[in-house]
Design a protein around this ligand. Structure first.
Ligand code: PDD
Length: 297
């Protein structure tokens, strides 16, 4: 597998970052993950805008890769070399403040950010989606800037691990009684016939799949209300589902010991998944992959 590191393409096993990288010592950086279908990035611009805004918030100078054309060129090269132009993949980008002697404050003088990218094969969890998944709840112990997609992910790691240890898919974070999001996706619940989800503020990531799914729901004249719901509302939800770049729309059929609705994937989640899936598939068709272009040349 190939990696992109600071302007170079090299075997991933040879891609190394100095130990004084501020990402390594402080978690001082941001990342982004794109879904890739048929060699094509899904929602390129929206993810790029979120990366750019995270860099701005952390006052890390924007590297060259924060440009749609440059980004797609890097992704194309990695996807091509890794044999990932067909089927599904993810594209990961991380930018840290760079390498400097360890002091908490920003280094004096301008240092070059560390820029890393890789592509990985991806297999959507279709069996789980058909059956419906389970989740556990846990206090949301994250900081108050969850809107920045930083590489500091310990609460997410611990939450996902706690879920995995009891055979659940993920953790629903609960802050002051309110359901915020999971370790790496958004939470939506159908309560009194209305799709409810946490509003976009500092307590959740400004969501790309969330935005796409809500667009689809509104197009289909489903009722949507971006006001948060409490964990105590879950027993009366007819459906609960997650949404995210690597989750798509995932029905949740049990939360802790509470069975959701009829204990099987509901009609709203099923419809939203189908529509999201067709947008993902349409993405693959909007531009010939390099392989297809070469074949037809
Ligand atoms: N995570 N919430 C959190 C905390 C996330 O980390 C993610 C994505 C999402 C879903 O985001 P979107 O659909 O906007 O990309 C929600 C990526 C996939 C990850 O950490 O691997």
């Amino acid at each position: 597998m190939l990696a992109y590191l600071n302007g170079q393409f090299l075997p991933r096993a040879d891609a190394a970052v100095p130990v004084e990288d501020r990402g390594f010592v402080f978690g001082d950086g941001v990342y982004e993950v794109w879904r890739v279908v048929g060699g094509r990035l899904f929602e390129t611009a929206r993810h790029l805008a979120r990366l750019s805004s995270g860099l701005h918030e952390l006052r890390i100078p924007s590297p060259d890769l924060v440009d749609a054309e440059r980004l797609v060129a890097i992704a194309d090269r990695l996807l091509t070399d890794d044999g990932l132009l067909d089927g599904e993949a993810t594209f990961y980008v991380e930018v840290t403040r760079g390498v400097a002697p360890r002091t908490h404050q920003f280094p004096s003088g301008r240092i070059a950010p560390t820029v890393f990218a890789m592509a990985n094969p991806f297999k959507p969890a279709e069996d789980l989606r058909r059956a419906g998944a389970t989740c556990i709840t846990m206090p949301d112990i994250r900081w108050l800037r969850c809107d920045i997609k930083t590489i500091q992910l310990l609460p997410n790691v611990l939450g996902k691990q706690a879920a995995a240890e009891v055979g659940a898919l993920d953790v629903l974070f609960v802050r002051d009684g309110v359901v915020t999001e999971t370790s790496h996706s958004y939470v939506l619940a159908v309560i009194d016939g209305v799709i409810r989800t946490h509003p976009t503020n500092n307590l959740i990531l400004p969501g790309i799949t969330r935005a796409v799914v809500l667009e689809i729901a509104r197009d289909l004249k489903m009722r949507v209300d971006e006001t948060p719901f409490a964990a105590t509302d879950l027993p009366r939800a007819s459906e609960v589902f997650l949404a995210g770049t690597t989750t798509d729309v995932m029905p949740i059929v049990r939360v802790d010991d509470v069975v959701v609705g009829e204990g099987k994937p509901g009609p709203i989640a099923t419809t939203l998944f189908r529509e999201l899936r067709s947008r993902l598939d349409a993405t693959a068709k909007t531009r010939p992959t390099r392989a297809a272009a070469a074949a037809s040349a």
